[in-house]
Write a protein of this length. Structure first.
Length: 970
């Protein structure tokens, strides 16, 4: 609900400054009961403590039971025995004792409590110790207390402390000191492992001490099971007789704690709970008739909200003793829905749809013992209202109206359906009664006389439950389903002079659901769209600025009421509360007080508030009444912690990944999950236990959601198909007082698949760069290849053209060469012919000269001596000519020119040939016959043949190879 704040608005209960009074309790505190079917564990609950996170833990027959405001969990010991005691360590461990079993719970890395047994450290002879009744932590040691022995655990060792008299009875922790009750030897302090007797502590032989609690700076309070109360000083213990002693003795005290307000809460086995003040006076009683499930209280715990958890013989009860509200219902003796309340002649009268009830009213009343209601015998049936007209108290009922006198009703009207009586201010001695069928007029002749029926006012027959009068004596009637009427009476009150009907045509925002109420002597009209007031001069309605500034112009105003103390109560949208006017005037300084915790219990459309004084206000509810004590100083600034209780991966089945313990000890980055684990369920709770059903939650998954969700009562949220990345699940709660809890955050990361990992991305990046560079290189090479191809094509074309040109040129050259070769060949042939011719000429010449030389030799024999000289001279001339013709070197030169370096090639291929062999080859190359060669070699024909044979061998020619052909092929 949006509100414009122009003034001081506080969200805590107001404390009156007008007249201080002692806070008192009336009725029973609101009690929430939990049975075995709720928590699914054992019947009995032996010990209760609140953990650091706000979770409530119970020592239960089935094990360690815990409740977080939403869900119950049970942890069973390995031997599945009763847990009667446990203790919290700063490390987060929970030390537990069962039957013949001790150990501790410690969260693992997933927040799941894992049990570690210490029983193996106990000496074998001491292991049958039965139940552990108390566990204390002191100076680094943990004391497990059984009746057979106390086991001190320190530095992974167990030390056994045995009782002096054979058996311990009970164990206490008082002012940082361990105190043990020996069943026969009395009280002892325990220093480390040493037992020291307490002076005077032996006065309790075979008497069970329930508890020893701080009392004052010098004394402690001892509460026994059957012997009452004692005060223990430094040197003596004395009985303490109080107003509570008999109750405790008669009902057998079993457990006790000291409360934050210095009172004591004492549980009994026979009659529930007693709250006792420091003077020993009973302040409050709670038992089965006052809302508890049973009368046997085994354990008590006061939580951070200063309310009580009660471990019962069968179940658990939560008593809101720190609430300014207490309930008056069937347990108090009344039945039905509450419609009217009034205190008259020191009696409290409550009217319901079942009748009228009363009880004695005393400011010193003890809650739970003295307010038992009785029915007013002749007031059976629906009571609508209790009106106080002068000295008269009029009870308006379905069956009519009557005076309240001496706890009885004296009827004076049997007209059915008496809604309300209202004395007419403009006409003293007259009153109007609103009924089911219109208005009735009554008169009173003298102050001491009775109200007498005069007549029914004709002309108006609608139901007149909501009626008010203005300063001019006009009667305003509001009918939820018909509309708003202003009835003008005739001056003599005999008739209805005029009836005006008002709707949207007269400035109202709606036609129906309009209520009229008088506040500070001003008529105020509430509608589903704001508050209005009447302007007589214009005969129209205009918005009421002051109220609309408080509630908003479009607020759905169900009801406004002004109580007997001037406080203004409102029921607006889903809010119920009051506006407290702090100073004179209507709207100077205000306080807004919200009572949403009882809003759902109100009687819709029939909201009733009766303020007797500044610490006793009664409010009608569907189950009876609520007593509200404004002087009860409740701290609404209580900080409550949000909890994430379980996180499950639901991708494949339902696998718990976080069990709810010590979330703060996890790494800041939280948990990590594979990419296929992307479906999660988050379970959450807030350990705020007042009006649990009115707690609302909102959540947000950072990294997925853009904003907080709407407020919801759901305590689980699922997310599916989450992408990879970092996430933070945030959740927050809002309690019945519109206070916000702390935010709780669960951080986690969904890792990408390996092909999306950072290394893969680096690889992809490098691969991309490589691919890009490769692409560039490919493009470059492609372009280069294309360029080369183009160049090659161009070159090929050019080559083709060049080839064609070259071909043409070569053709021409070939022709030229051919011609040249032909010419050369012709020249060679010519030279060869000439050489052969010259050679033949030389051969012939040599033959002739040889013949002449022969002839001269023959002639030399025949001629005279004197002529021989001349012949010898001629012969020598011939020899010289022959030697001249044998100039081989000159021959070689000519021969090589004609036969392309024949001799050079011949020597390279056959380096072993002699000059004679070379000459023979040349002559054979010239295709000379043996006979022609013989004279050239100056040998015989036979010698030529021998030379040919030898040449074949040197040329490695077989007999079938032609020698001349071989030489020609060189």
């Amino acid at each position: 609900m949006e509100k414009t704040r122009f003034f001081v608005i506080l969200v805590c209960l107001f404390i009156s400054t007008l007249c201080p009074a002692q806070s008192q309790y009336f009725g029973s505190p609101p009690v929430t009961s939990f049975s075995r079917t709720d928590y699914h564990a054992g019947t009995q609950n032996w010990y209760i403590q609140q953990g650091e996170s706000g979770i409530i833990y119970f020592g239960n027959n089935k094990g360690l039971l815990e409740f977080d405001g939403v869900n119950w969990r049970t942890f069973e010991l390995p031997n599945r025995t009763i847990v009667r005691s446990f203790a919290f360590a700063e490390s987060g461990k929970i030390y537990i004792g069962g039957q013949d079993e001790i150990g501790y719970l410690e969260p693992d890395e997933h927040g799941k409590n894992i049990y570690v047994s210490l029983t193996h450290l106990i000496p074998e002879s001491q292991k049958s110790f039965e139940d552990i009744w108390q566990i204390f932590l002191k100076s680094g040691s943990i004391y497990f207390c059984s009746r057979n022995a106390v086991f001190r655990f320190r530095e992974d060792q167990i030390t056994v402390i045995n009782p002096e008299g054979g058996e311990f009875e009970n164990f206490f922790f008082l002012n940082d000191q361990l105190v043990f009750q020996d069943k026969t030897a009395g009280l002892f302090t325990c220093n480390d492992t040493q037992l020291n007797p307490i002076s005077g502590g032996n006065i309790f032989p075979n008497q069970r001490i329930v508890s020893i609690l701080p009392y004052n700076s010098e004394q402690s309070l001892i509460i026994t099971a059957t012997e009452g109360l004692f005060l223990m000083g430094q040197s003596e213990i004395t009985p303490w007789e109080t107003a509570s002693t008999d109750f405790l003795i008669n009902n057998q005290a079993y457990c006790a704690i000291k409360l934050s307000d210095e009172n004591y809460a004492i549980g009994t086995t026979q009659d529930g709970l007693l709250i006792m003040d420091p003077a020993g006076n009973p302040v409050r009683f709670l038992n089965k008739t006052r809302g508890l499930q049973n009368n046997t209280i085994l354990s008590i715990c006061q939580d951070r909200q200063q309310n009580l958890w009660l471990g019962l013989d069968n179940g658990v009860d939560y008593a809101e003793i720190n609430s300014p509200f207490s309930v008056i219902q069937s347990e108090s003796g009344i039945e039905g829905t509450g419609y009217a309340a009034y205190i008259h002649d020191k009696k409290l009268y409550l009217g319901t749809n079942q009748g009228l009830y009363y009880t004695e009213w005393d400011n010193n009343i003890i809650s739970g013992k003295s307010e038992k209601f009785k029915p007013v015998g002749n007031a059976i049936g629906q009571v609508w209202n209790i009106n106080h007209l002068g000295e008269d108290v009029i009870i308006c009922q379905h069956k009519g109206a009557g005076f309240l006198e001496n706890d009885k009703i004296r009827p004076f009207s049997k007209i059915e359906g008496a809604w309300k009586f209202m004395e007419l201010k403009a006409y003293p001695g007259y009153a109007i009664e609103g009924t089911y069928f219109g208005l009735n007029l009554y008169s009173k002749s003298t102050p001491d006389s009775d109200w007498k029926f005069i007549k029914h006012l004709d002309g108006f027959t609608e139901s007149a439950r909501v009626i008010e009068q203005d300063s001019e004596g006009n009667i305003w009637v509001s009918h939820a389903y018909k509309g708003l009427y202003k009835i003008e009476l005739s001056p003599d009150l005999e008739t209805i002079q005029k009836i005006n009907f008002y709707n949207k045509d007269h400035g109202l925002p709606v036609d129906l659901f309009i209520n009229v109420v008088k506040i500070r002597n001003e008529l105020v009209f509430t509608t589903p769209k704001g508050v209005y007031k009447y302007e007589k001069e214009q005969d129209r309605f205009i918005p009421h600025q002051e109220f609309n500034e408080i509630f908003g112009e479009d607020a759905n105003i169900h009801r406004l009421l002004e109580d007997e103390l001037g406080n203004i109560w409102f029921s607006v949208d889903s809010d119920f509360g009051l506006i407290k006017v702090r100073e004179k005037g209507v709207f100077n300084k205000l306080e807004l007080v919200y009572f949403n915790q009882i809003q759902e219990d109100l009687v819709d459309g029939f909201e009733h508030v009766y303020a007797h004084d500044q610490n006793n206000i009664f409010i009608g509810t569907e189950k009876g009444f609520v007593h509200y004590n404004p002087l009860h100083d409740k701290n609404f600034d209580f900080v409550f912690e949000m909890l994430i209780r379980k996180v499950s991966s639901i991708t494949e089945g339902d696998s718990v990944v976080f069990w709810g313990n010590r979330l703060e000890s996890m790494a800041p980055e939280g948990m990590g999950f594979n990419h296929h684990q992307n479906d999660f369920r988050f379970a959450y709770a807030v350990p705020y236990y007042e009006k649990i059903d009115q707690v609302r939650y909102r959540y947000m998954l950072q990294g997925f959601d853009n904003d907080w969700s709407e407020w919801t009562s759901k305590t689980e949220k699922e997310y599916t198909n989450l992408g990879t990345g970092d996430y933070q699940f945030k959740v927050q709660a809002r309690n019945t007082y519109n206070q916000l809890s702390s935010e709780k955050v669960f951080s986690f990361t969904i890792y990408p698949p390996w092909y999306y990992s950072i290394y893969a991305k680096i690889f992809y990046f490098l691969l991309g760069i490589g691919s890009f560079l490769g692409l560039l290189q490919y493009i470059s090479k492609r372009d280069e290849k294309n360029t080369l191809a183009l160049m090659e094509e161009q070159a090929k074309t050019l080559q083709q053209k060049e080839a064609e040109f070259k071909k043409e040129v070569e053709k021409s050259e070939d022709e030229i060469i051919q011609l040249r070769n032909e010419k050369l060949q012709s020249d060679i042939n010519l030279k060869n012919s000439q050489l052969a011719s010259a050679t033949m000429h030389l051969v012939q010449k040599s033959e002739i000269l040889m013949k002449i030389k022969g002839d001269l030799a023959n002639l030399l024999k025949e001629v005279p001596k004197d002529s021989r000289r001349k012949i010898e001279l001629i012969s020598r001339t011939i020899d010289a000519d022959i030697r001249l013709d044998n100039n081989w070197e000159q021959f070689e030169i000519y021969f090589d020119q004609v036969h392309e370096n024949f001799f050079k090639r011949l020597r390279q291929q056959y380096p072993d040939l002699t000059p004679k062999d070379q000459k023979l080859c040349a002559y054979l190359r010239m295709n000379l016959s043996t006979k022609e060669i013989a004279p050239l070699l100056n040998i015989s024909v036979r010698g030529v043949e021998i030379s040919r044979y030898r040449l074949r061998k040197k040329l490695n020619l077989d007999s079938e190879t032609n020698l001349v052909a071989t030489i020609l092929d060189l």
